[in-house]
Design a protein around this ligand. Structure first.
Ligand code: SF4
Ligand code: SF4
Length: 71
């Protein structure tokens, strides 16, 4: 199955990716990280289609999308 990796060091917690995912697989963490950001978290429920909409929404290029057939 496709999946995403969120580079926490790039994430500013803006939340745009949470809006972008049509399957609601990305949310913001409830507690801030060491830099004070509530970073994006991927909930992999085997439902990611690899559509890349979350990554395209991110202004900080913090999301990488991986597709099974590219491994
Ligand atoms: S690649 Fe598509 S389905 Fe997967 S988390 Fe991103 S927006 Fe959601
Ligand atoms: S859009 Fe990018 S910077 Fe904003 S919360 Fe999502 S991963 Fe973080």
């Amino acid at each position: 199955m496709p999946y995403i990796v969120i580079k926490e060091e790039r994430c500013k917690g803006c939340g745009l990716c949470t809006i972008g995912c049509p399957r609601k697989l990305v949310s913001l963490s409830e507690t801030p990280n060491a830099l004070g950001y509530t970073v994006a978290v991927f909930s992999n429920q085997g439902q990611c289609t690899g559509c890349c909409l979350c990554a395209e929404m991110c202004p900080d290029v913090a999301i990488a999308v991986f597709k099974e057939d590219q491994a």
